[in-house]
Design a protein around this ligand. Structure first.
Ligand SMILES: Nc1ncnc2c1ncn2[C@@H]1O[C@H](COP(=O)(O)OP(=O)(O)OP(=O)(O)O)[C@@H](O)[C@H]1O
Length: 301
């Protein structure tokens, strides 16, 4: 990765009630979609809030496009960030979509009214309903439309698809992909939906219990792990470093999960073990292994 960095965490720590988030050291490259993935309470929203500067780290620093700021972010930078928080913004409860658009048009120089109108029509967002009377999904669709219409350079999306029906979800994926055709744009989103990661992410950042376990290029994960059913010289199989799971599946067959690397292939050749069936692990299973400590070989942080 030699590109410029959109965001850099340098030893950033935020103390929370039950545990601290961090220290986080992470470089998020500009021009890509980065998915923050991790279990509930692991710290994804806290990281996004720190990137939006709605909360400040208690220790360490965050850099935006190579610069750090002691107080609020400069206006121009704030105007270039589109943020969809995890939950609704209480101050917007009494507003309508039109009132939101008027406010954003005033605040944001890159606001594209025609784009906003097109998006809320496409997403069937009611124009004159107050936000607290909209359904959860309608309100989410409005928030996504608002962020896209502001044409930000950096999007911070906290579980953007929460509450969306499958049709709106597909539209959101298409819109975000189309928006990425603008090379300068970076999207950082937190999500629990593996399909969203598969469809959108260039990089995955795995977060667990307040710690960033690492960042990895999504495509490099595929093919790293295999599930195999083997026959033959099975003694000692469970001692092989590359084998992370090994259980009998019938009298002469062993089902194993294995890191598919050169050492494993050498072992296979040496023992003459027979592979009866094999397939690559799905992303969801690869992430579960990573959380358990089996990190990818091509970790970037
Ligand atoms: N405003 C707050 N004050 C104190 N602690 C908080 C606050 N918000 C979150 N926390 C705590 O910080 C930790 C991380 O929460 P965070 O919301 O960042 O996790 P998350 O990964 O986004 O979770 P989820 O996937 O459930 O949305 C949790 O232990 C949570 O209880």
């Amino acid at each position: 990765m030699t590109e410029g960095m959109a965001i850099e965490f340098k030893g950033a720590v935020k103390h929370r009630r039950r545990h601290s988030i961090g220290p986080i050291d992470l470089k998020i490259p500009q021009g890509y979609i980065i998915a923050l993935v991790g279990s509930n309470g692991s710290g994804k929203s806290t990281m996004l809030s720190m990137m939006m500067r709605t909360i400040k780290p208690d220790r360490g620093e965050i850099h935006w496009y190579g610069e750090s700021f002691s107080g609020e972010l400069p206006l121009e930078l704030r105007q270039s960030i589109g943020y969809v928080p995890e939950g609704p913004i209480a101050e917007e409860n009494g507003m309508t979509a039109d009132a939101i658009a008027k406010f954003r048009a005033h605040w944001c120089p890159s606001w594209d009214e025609a784009r906003f109108n097109g998006l809320i029509e496409q997403f069937h967002v009611p124009r004159n309903e107050r936000l607290n009377r909209m359904s959860k999904g309608e309100r989410r669709k409005l928030e996504i439309s608002t962020v896209l219409a502001a044409r930000p350079r950096l999007m911070l999306l906290d579980e953007p698809s929460s509450g969306l029906d499958p049709f709106a979800w597909g539209d959101m994926i298409d819109e975000l992909q189309a928006y990425m055709e603008n090379e300068d744009v970076t999207i950082i989103l937190s999500t629990h939906i593996v399909d969203e990661v598969k469809r959108l992410a260039d990089y995955i950042v795995l977060v667990d219990e307040g710690r960033v376990l690492g960042m990895v290029e999504k495509d490099s994960l595929y093919g790293t792990w295999k599930e195999l059913w083997v026959q033959g010289a099975l003694e000692g199989l469970s001692q092989v470093k590359e084998v992370v799971k090994c259980e009998p599946d019938g009298p002469h067959l062993m089902r194993i999960i294995v890191r598919d690397n050169a050492q494993w292939n050498q072992y296979l050749t040496a023992t003459g073990m027979q592979i009866m069936k094999s397939h690559s692990l799905e992303l969801e299973e690869i992430l579960r292994l990573w959380i358990k400590g089996y990190e990818p070989e091509e970790l970037l942080v």
